[in-house]
Design a protein. Structure first.
Length: 122
């Protein structure tokens, strides 16, 4: 089994709903997202998935969230844009792009702060 990890970074603001700590106030992070793909067979060129293809697939997502207020982006207009919810949202948005040809999206990890990472696996 091969596992491929690709890192996406962006800067965005958010605030947490139904939260009593300081994060209930608008603030920002330099987010780091790790997308993990897995598969058993390599393409004839020796790759699981071309890194450039992953970069192109992630570009629309990056454009949507970079320098944005996450609370203004559905579904975060209704649910709190926590790292947990963001990881699942990113996974659900990307799964159809990568779950094919023997390759699947295994997990999405979201890091909003240097000491904390959330991992979502379906």
């Amino acid at each position: 089994m091969y596992e491929l990890n690709y890192r996406l970074t962006f800067s965005a603001g958010h605030w947490l709903r139904d939260y009593e700590g300081i994060c209930k106030n608008p603030h920002g992070h330099n987010w780091e997202v790790w997308v993990t793909l897995e598969g058993e067979a390599l393409a004839p060129n020796g790759t699981l998935v071309d890194f450039y293809d992953i970069e192109r697939a992630l570009e629309p997502l990056r454009r949507d969230v970079d320098h944005a207020m996450l609370n203004d982006i559905p579904p975060f207009t209704e649910i709190s844009p926590t790292s947990e919810n963001l990881a699942k949202w990113i996974h659900d948005r990307l799964a159809g792009m990568f779950n094919r040809g023997g390759v699947r999206l295994k997990q999405v990890a979201v890091k909003e702060y240097e000491n904390s990472t959330v991992i979502y696996r379906p």
